[in-house]
Design a protein around this ligand. Sequence first.
Ligand SMILES: [Ca+2]
Length: 394
Amino acid sequence: MSPLRTSRSGTLSLAAVLLAASLSGVAMTTAWADEPAAAAECGTLFDDFNYSSSGDPALTSHGWVPRSYPGGPGVPGATWSPAQITFPSSGIMQLSASTDGTGAGTRQAELYTNQKRYFEGTYASRIRFSDTPASGADGDHIVQTFFTISPLNGDLDPTYSELDFTEYLPNGGWGEQGPVNYQTTWYTYRAEPWFADNVHSQQYQSFNGWHDLVAQVSGGHVKYYIDGVLVGDHSGKYYPRQTMTINFNLWFIDTAGHTGAMSTYAEQVDWVYYAKGGVFSPAEVTAKAAAYRQAGTAFLDTVDSGGTCTGPSPTATTSPTTSPTGQPTDCGNAPDWSFGAVYQGAALVVHERSRAGDPSGPPSGDGEHLWRSKWWSQGSEPGWTGVWEDLGRC
Ligand SMILES: [Ca+2]
């Protein structure tokens, strides 16, 4: 979520329920003998979402929980119901959310894994975002998501881990007009009073339609891709520190954008994929998903029985010590980077990146560099996120 978000009420209860769910989760491992060879080398989850309904026993036996408990995030008083999760066509999972502008008249949807066992590796999903409602007036502050999350063990828990692969706001919210899409990597937070410690990337554009989302979590970096394009590289202290669940949800930030009677929105998911410990490119992930489908493998879970993937480590983001010309960069009159300042694209700043991705912590020793922002940002430290281009040492 955006650091601009000012409320995440109810996440504590969500975390508590997730923990309870994970502790009571039924260990379940299923492997197919004819799985593609490339996937046999490591622990893998693949689900093509071939189910009949949220009440399909196979959905539960495959480790998914359709949310039914109340609470945040979203509109206070809203209902979370398994009935909001449907399979409108073969192999497509659909989350539906609707609102009439009241809490009691708001329904939200979430599907999550009953096991908290996902950590390093490659995550992917093919998701259909919708800019407009399926029915009713447009304009609601709907959030279309795919993420992993751990319980928060008390305020500012330093082991808290959350990776928001996507939080798509077609109609804006959190002070933005939209459409805007966020990737957010969390160190920790406190619910009351609200304090968020995270780093995010964002894209100010429409993502209406189907998109392939991939995230690589390895070697201290979380790299987020959309349709094969790297859109975020988060590292330092924000790198996850514990296992998490995999979640999809669809909810309303508030009802401020609502007009008319009932409006209903949908998010569709074609498949989800996870490879334990390995780094696979977006193209490799797409090929693996296609291979599973061609082989008729609608579901595969070897996460607990498979080994750790063997794959190349991601290339660490390193800062050049000089400009491309080999000469020190002229940092001119560029101002020092400031954590709280808002930067537009092409802004120039001077900053020595921190040692561990904590701007208030010790410096890296790399010296001051000149950085140029690629797009709008706030609180994204140069040297630790994809926002800033390194123009060399001053
Ligand atoms: Ca599918």
